[in-house]
Design a protein around this ligand. Structure first.
Ligand SMILES: [Zn+2]
Length: 356
């Protein structure tokens, strides 16, 4: 991976951006695409768009969601402790012992997640999984009034952390889901421009995927506005190459094993085949994942837009999703961008995506 791409990926990973509060991350993304897109714009949802080949055909939307899971302040008590709800799917166990950054109108406020000391936990309680409502944020305030001055209802928080380099070009970060996808769609756009492509391509850093579920967050309105013929969503998927997972149940997906191409009823078979062919041409090994229903990603929102969009899904294997230390291989990230750029380079103006 180019040093420049790696650096901008790291800045993207370290920017805070829970669903609905993505502006810091979206700003980094727009700076990244600023170097090679013809035009960059945003919409009222917070989506960011970067375009090349406006006169070309067909129109292709590349969607990588830029939001991450976060915490939202919903109560500050009279002792100055802050109570939160989850934005997106949290395992509350991973919050124990963490430091957090609260994003307020006045800037960042730091805090820690409070939890009873082991000596003060009853034995029977110690065996139970902790619930989010049993954890609080302590910012060091002496009173409710002081805490309320610093932090407001509706402010959000993320785990305070920095991207960590691991062996074998692996990275650990809080926001791997799905900043790596947002980075891949940007990099695919850059590579497509470099290689030359006759399609009209818009890379989109979509918002609010983590709360969008089936309806789709920003991808839904983004796709409606762009009206593409083809969509490719890029997200993370669970790597199953760590202890305690049964591959008979969860499939066999490995970090460093290459990008993952999804197959299933929600995936356009022609897009799938063309992505597969592009990987072969590039000499990139892929992993195939069976998704027998909806994909649970932006691909669903793009596919269901208007009268339907031929949509594929490229996923990056990710260990420990929705924990503060998610791990991906940089090689998988880079290869994902190369496959998509290869797909775009071969796309004819009249390419047919009808299944029969
Ligand atoms: Zn997620």
């Amino acid at each position: 991976m180019r040093a420049e791409t790696r650096d901008s990926l790291k800045s993207l990973l370290d920017a805070a951006g829970p669903s609905g509060y993505e502006t810091a991350a979206a700003t980094v993304w727009r700076q990244t695409v600023g170097g090679f897109a013809d035009r960059i714009w945003g919409d009222v949802q917070g989506n960011s768009f970067a375009e090349i080949g406006a006169e070309g055909n067909p129109t292709v939307m590349l969607a990588g969601h830029v939001d991450e899971i976060g915490l939202m302040v919903h109560h500050v008590d009279d002792e100055g402790f802050i109570w939160v709800q989850g934005i997106g799917g949290w395992d509350p166990q991973v919050l124990i012992g963490q430091r957090v950054e609260l994003l307020t109108d006045e800037g960042q406020v730091t805090g820690v997640v409070g939890r009873r000391a082991i000596h003060l936990i009853r034995r029977e309680d110690g065996e139970k999984a902790v619930k989010l409502k049993e954890l609080w944020i302590d910012i060091g305030a002496l009173s409710g009034d002081e805490a309320r001055e610093k932090v407001g209802i509706g402010d959000v928080a993320v785990i305070r952390s920095e991207t960590l380099d691991l062996a074998n070009d692996r990275l650990a970060a809080r926001s791997i889901d799905n900043r790596v996808g947002a980075a891949v769609v940007a990099e695919a756009l850059r590579l497509a421009r470099e290689a030359g492509c006759s399609a009209h391509v818009i890379a989109v850093a979509t918002v609010q995927e983590e709360i969008g579920y089936v309806a789709g967050g920003g991808a839904r309105t983004g796709a409606y506005g762009l009206d593409p013929q083809v969509g490719i969503a890029v997200d993370v998927t669970h790597a199953t190459d760590h202890p305690t997972l049964d591959r008979k149940e969860h499939g066999d997906i490995r970090i460093g094993g290459g990008p993952v191409l999804a197959r299933g009823p929600a995936i356009n078979p022609v897009v799938y085949r063309r992505l597969h062919d592009a990987a072969k041409r590039e000499g990139i090994e892929v992993q195939v994942q069976a998704l027998p229903a909806m994909t649970g990603t932006d691909a669903d929102a793009v596919r269901m837009s208007r009268a339907g969009v031929a949509t594929g899904l490229v996923s990056i294997p990710n260990r420990y999703m929705h924990t503060p230390n998610q791990i991906v291989s940089l090689e998988d990230v880079e290869q994902s961008a190369r496959i998509i750029a290869g797909f775009l380079a071969q796309l004819e103006a009249d390419a047919d995506f009808l299944p029969l």
